[in-house]
Design a protein around this ligand. Structure first.
Ligand code: FES
Length: 314
């Protein structure tokens, strides 16, 4: 859908929130806590941002964006060039980090990772859920968005940990005290997610849900990286993918409009149907069962064994 950017608001150091509305005033598709939007920027870059407004408001979507000076350009474009009034192509909300029904939830947010987590906390608070807790860590108070909303959560539920005052949040303690069967939601920088994953790994009774906004730590380069082929089913074209290039790179030469965003295997934009062949999956998204099914692959990172051929639904 084409939505109008109706507001840009300062939220914290290097963080703005953006609001979008339908230019005709039509209601927007509904969403739930944890959902995200895919936004196509004027430059053509596609970026994903968690919705962080009020799900009850059908007249607007709200996302928050941290300016990452050394990033790949999407957040710089938003902060430096986007103006209120601009029309942008925005997907319907997508639910990849939805809040499960559970007796107890621990919500862990780091920095801008608060965007999906805060809407979860507000949802649980509005339902009067009896057992949940939010731990929100950030560099400093100035750099942490939505302090006002966190302060309005029911007393005793939210713990705000500013690194310059108290160091990092004590996830060890927060996870150790969880009752059996609790669901843990974590969105934040990669080291925070690795830490939560390690700690929950020692408690098989817990259910961990994570959402990354950056790639997991680089996987060690495989000594088996080699050239292979991809066949584009629609045209029958066969392309060679050299050892030092991705399928996405090679495909873009003949299909410049092919969708992609993170180029790191964590956003899902480039997921492509696989009609035959066995992909070596290197993304952070597919489950083991999905990998085994070999029905799709993230062409930005996943490959095939040297000399083999993959037939893609392209
Ligand atoms: S572009 Fe994000 S997973 Fe491939």
């Amino acid at each position: 859908m084409r939505l109008r950017l109706t507001s840009v608001r300062y939220e914290a150091d290097q963080i703005v929130s953006l609001e979008f509305a339908d230019p005709t005033g039509a209601p927007l598709p509904p969403w739930g806590p944890g959902a995200h939007l895919e936004i196509r920027l004027p430059s053509g870059l596609i970026r994903h941002y968690s919705l962080c407004g009020d799900p009850a408001r059908a007249d607007r979507y709200r996302v928050a964006v941290l300016r990452v000076a050394a990033g790949r350009g999407g957040s710089r474009e938003i902060h430096d060039t986007l103006r209120v009034g601009t029309l942008l192509e925005v997907s319907a909300p997508r639910d990849t980090f939805a809040l499960a029904e559970a007796d107890h939830h621990l919500l862990i947010a780091g920095g801008i990772g608060v965007t999906p987590i805060l809407t979860m906390a507000e949802h649980l608070a509005s339902r009067g859920h009896p057992s949940w807790r939010l731990v929100y860590g950030g560099r400093s108070r100035d750099a942490m968005a939505f302090g006002d909303r966190v302060a309005r959560l029911p007393q005793g539920r939210a713990e705000v940990v500013c690194q310059d005052e108290r160091g990092l949040p004590d996830l060890d303690a927060a996870i150790a005290e969880l009752p059996e069967g609790a669901h843990v939601y974590c969105c934040g920088p990669a080291p925070m997610i690795e830490n939560a994953t390690g700690l929950c790994g020692r408690r098989p009774d817990l259910v961990l849900h994570t959402e990354r906004f950056a790639a997991a730590p680089a996987r060690p380069a495989s000594s088996e990286d080699g050239a292979f082929e991809v066949e584009l089913a629609e045209s029958g074209q066969v392309l060679k993918v050299p050892a030092d290039r991705s399928v996405l790179d090679v495909v873009r030469e003949v299909l410049p409009d092919v969708a992609y965003s993170c180029e790191s295997g964590f956003c899902g934009t480039c997921e492509t149907g696989l009609l035959s062949g066995a992909a070596e999956h290197r993304d952070d998204l597919l489950t083991e069962a999905e990998r085994d099914a070999q029905r799709s692959m993230m062409i930005c990172v996943s490959r095939a064994r040297p000399g083999e051929r993959l037939v893609l639904r392209l």
